[in-house]
Ligand binder design. Structure first.
Ligand SMILES: C[S@@+](CC[C@H](N)C(=O)[O-])C[C@H]1O[C@@H](n2cnc3c(N)ncnc32)[C@H](O)[C@@H]1O
Length: 245
């Protein structure tokens, strides 16, 4: 796994503390429609990160477990679960990549929001991850995967700076982005600088790759890993593939 170290996880939580409202509502409705009123079957979020979707869905009565290979991101998720107080279900959180998923299994649904799936950029990683995920699901389980489309032109600046602040903590992120049209690969060279009370106390560098998928490529990836009944939806917040295990 690349990236998602300690300062990155802190930045993520300051910059994106909550799930985008439109997406959260859509996932909640889609999962609810599949599970029925009881919502008592298990749901898996295999790249759950800091848990911004997971915790809100727990509050709504879903029994969601999470997995993520980044210890700092998973710790943020644990902290969010603890801060949420009494929840109807206490999630199991697995420190595992998609390619190494090994949960008790039997989930009735799984979802991967925000295009995180595209982080499985190596051609071997997506099938390995989807196959492991398929193994964790019961037959007929619903899978929802958001993905990014390939770009036909680049309309973002090559370099951008963002700053996130809370109290005496400030994190500056400088991102240099490149795109390989042939490989449909976005590459982010990120440099984080953490300041406490105006003094630099840490830096972190990471390189993150995102593989973009045309709808037919996404369909083929899913089919090759045993998923069926596949449909692709263009929603207000992005592209989502819907499939059954
Ligand atoms: C941008 S975060 C988004 C998390 C969540 N989907 C959200 O919207 O808040 C992406 C997460 O994917 C995780 N990740 C990266 N590579 C992964 C892999 N191979 N398997 C599972 N998770 C991975 C990272 O650790 C990170 O927490």
């Amino acid at each position: 796994m690349e990236g998602y170290g300690d300062i990155c996880a802190q930045f993520y939580d300051l910059d994106k503390p909550y799930a985008p409202a439109l997406a959260l509502e859509w996932y909640s409705e889609a999962l609810g429609a599949h599970l029925g009123a009881g919502r008592d079957a298990g749901v898996l979020e295999p790249m759950c990160g800091s848990g911004r979707f997971l915790v809100d869905l727990l509050r709504r009565g879903f029994r969601v477990d999470g997995a993520d290979p980044s210890q700092p991101m998973l710790q943020r998720c644990r902290d969010k679960v603890a801060a949420a107080g009494t929840l109807p279900y206490q999630p199991r959180l697995f420190e595992q990549s998609m390619q190494a998923l090994d949960t008790p299994g039997g989930y009735a649904a799984a979802f991967i929001p925000s295009g995180s799936f595209c982080l499985l950029h190596d051609p071997a990683d997506a099938p390995a991850g989807l196959t492991r995920l398929h193994d964790q699901l019961e037959k007929g389980a619903l899978l929802l995967v958001e993905f990014e489309l390939p770009h036909s032109e680049i309309n973002w600046p090559g370099e951008a700076t963002r700053i996130a602040t809370r109290g005496g903590t400030q994190i500056r992120l400088v991102s240099r982005v490149t795109y390989d049209f042939a490989a449909q690969l976005e590459t982010y060279h990120n440099v984080y600088e953490l300041k406490q009370s105006g003094k630099v106390v840490g830096t972190e560098d990471e390189v993150i790759h995102l593989r973009c998928y045309a709808p037919d490529e996404m369909r083929s990836e899913l089919e090759a890993c045993g998923f069926g009944d596949i449909s692709i939806e263009h929603l207000d917040f992005g592209w989502v593939a819907r499939a059954r295990a």
